[in-house]
Design a protein around this ligand. Structure first.
Ligand code: FDA
Length: 513
């Protein structure tokens, strides 16, 4: 370290006053003077939009090696008046875990070293630290049992800390609900630097960190989860449909059954503008990707009776173990060994995401107009994810995540690009916003709901000032509907000074500010 690295000195001195020796601290504190600073920063940047020379950089990155380091880090960040950003897997679509507004001095608490996973098959539970990735969790479960799994997201590099605290869903959602529906305990560091568990934090705070976003309340160190049973044989399929296959009719029919069909079946549809088969004309391609918790014969009988319009053939479906289905959904090649799920590497591009919920089926005419708009815009695509099943059986107040019964499917808007520069960024983001605006008549209203883990700062932000409650309410009711006010009350109680905050965190009540 260079002489006069005051950020470094002040932080390390404070850590040493709080029980972390200077030698230990030198192994976990990085400032820009450290040659590893940039690689530590960039390893968990999962959106190239926030990896440019103009992206605001932290003053410090700190990478605790054991849970007992975290209380000292929280207390010292507070003492030095820095803004704390908490990062587990770095998949936040708007980079909120590692970027702050220009001019703000901030520190990244990066949890990638805290990634122990203890699976107890007899008990059918596991303790998972926040810095673990979903792929590591699935692998560790599979190592011990071929008939257990966990209903989390499909991308193996997503981090447990952000994913679990923000809701979390994957292709077992219709049978088992969300990730947060299976959390039974947690270890957590609050603003006073105390390590709490479910019992000592109390049921309100424990409720809040199961879908309300961890970063508003404190640092989640680990979650304890209930595992779920998976069959020895699961079945997958992936088929494409184009206008010449009557794709409008097929998608219209999908909306009638996707949330009602056998709960063992999850059928995602991807919509993407592409050059079609006929004379290079642009069309919208539909890709139906199915996950069935059962064998191929049973799947075929469900499809033949409930969704014959898709014309799924026996040759389209493939039986495999649950862990192979995880690899399949993550786009690994056939016969890839499960160890691939332990890789922390993922290819990264520039991206923007948005979300919407659909509560009444869209008419055939509406679908055709949407296809036309997508072709006209050219770039943005959709992933439509069916709800129903277990999701409709759980009350909307059970966890902060409110989007339960009454939602047929959730839409994710997605735009990916590889061109550098602000012109491309403006163009692609603008296309996504235009499609979002076009969709207004087809999606939920009052509020127009959104999914926290599909972070989208277009729907509102707060600068934590005196209007933060009103600002927070704008995006808060979209993410949390009627659960927003309970989150505000809990936040006000556990962190009245609003130390744990970001551009979309839960505000405190106005009179206590
Ligand atoms: P990251 O570290 O960026 O954190 C996200 C947010 O949580 C930030 O606000 C951060 O401060 C906070 N946070 C993180 N760790 C914390 C901790 N320990 N304590 C308190 N706060 C903490 N979602 C889904 O439901 N199903 C899916 O299949 C997918 N698939 C998917 C694929 C890809 C490629 C991406 C980029 C994203 C997804 N997602 C998803 C969205 C994903 O669930 C969401 O981005 C998660 O918040 C990511 O968690 P990370 O820990 O990786 O993010």
């Amino acid at each position: 370290y260079a002489a006069n690295d005051t950020n470094y000195d002040n932080f390390v001195n404070c850590l040493s006053e709080n029980g972390i020796s200077k030698i230990q601290a030198s192994q976990i504190v990085y400032t820009p003077n450290n040659s590893k600073f940039t690689s530590v920063l960039n390893t968990y940047v999962k959106n190239l939009r926030f990896n440019t020379s103009t992206t605001p950089k932290p003053a410090i990155i700190v990478t605790p090696l054991v849970e007992s380091h975290v209380p000292a880090i929280v207390l010292c960040t507070k003492k030095l008046g820095l803004l704390l950003k908490i990062r587990s897997g770095g998949h936040d679509y708007e980079g909120l875990s590692y970027v702050a507004e220009d001019g703000l001095k901030f520190i990244i608490l990066d949890l990638f070293n805290l990634r122990t996973i203890d699976v107890d098959i007899e008990d059918e539970t596991a303790w998972v630290q926040s810095g673990a990735m979903l792929g590591e969790l699935y692998y560790r479960i599979w190592e011990k049992s071929r008939v257990h799994g966990f209903p989390g997201g499909v991308c193996p590099t997503v981090g447990v800390g952000g994913h679990f605290s923000g809701g979390g869903y994957g292709n077992m959602l219709r049978r088992h609900g969300l990730t947060v529906d299976h959390i039974v305990d947690a270890r957590f560091v609050d603003v006073q630097g105390r390590i709490l568990d479910r019992k000592s934090m109390g049921e309100d705070l424990f409720w809040a960190i199961r879908g309300g976003g961890g970063a508003s309340f404190g640092v989640v160190l680990a979650y304890k989860i209930n595992l779920v049973r998976v069959p020895e044989v699961t079945t997958i399929f992936r088929v494409e449909r184009f206008p010449e296959d009557n794709s409008t009719d097929v998608l219209y029919s999908w909306q009638q059954i996707a949330d009602k069909i056998d709960h063992d079946l999850f059928m995602r549809v991807l919509l993407q503008p592409v050059t079609g088969k006929v004379k290079g004309v642009k069309v919208v391609r539909l890709t139906f990707i199915g996950m069935f918790l059962g064998d191929g014969n049973r799947l075929m009988s469900v499809m033949d009776s409930e969704f014959p319009e898709l014309k799924l053939k026996k040759s389209d479906v493939r039986e495999m173990s649950w862990i192979d289905s995880v690899l399949y959904w993550a786009n690994f090649a056939n016969n890839t060994a499960p160890e691939a799920l332990l890789s922390r590497f993922s290819s990264v591009n520039f991206l923007k995401r948005k979300s919407d919920y659909v509560q009444t089926p869209i008419s055939k005419d509406g679908l055709e107009r949407i296809f036309k708009k997508m072709v006209e815009l050219g770039k943005p695509g959709f992933a439509w994810n069916p709800y129903g099943g277990r999701m409709s059986e759980i009350s909307s107040t059970e966890t902060p995540f409110p989007h339960r019964a009454g939602n047929i499917f959730k839409m994710q808007y997605s735009v990916n690009w590889n061109e550098e520069g602000s012109a491309a960024e403006t163009d692609y983001i603008d296309q996504g916003r235009k499609l979002f605006s076009y969709m207004t008549p087809f999606v939920s209203k009052n509020p127009r709901s959104a999914y926290l883990n599909y972070r989208d700062i277009d729907i509102g932000t707060t600068d934590y000032g005196k209007n933060s409650y009103d600002e927070g309410k704008v995006f808060g009711v979209k993410y949390f509907n009627n659960n927003f006010d309970r989150l505000v009350q809990i936040k006000t109680k556990v962190d009245p000074g609003n130390f744990f905050r970001n551009e979309q965190s839960i505000p405190t009540l106005p009179f206590l500010e």
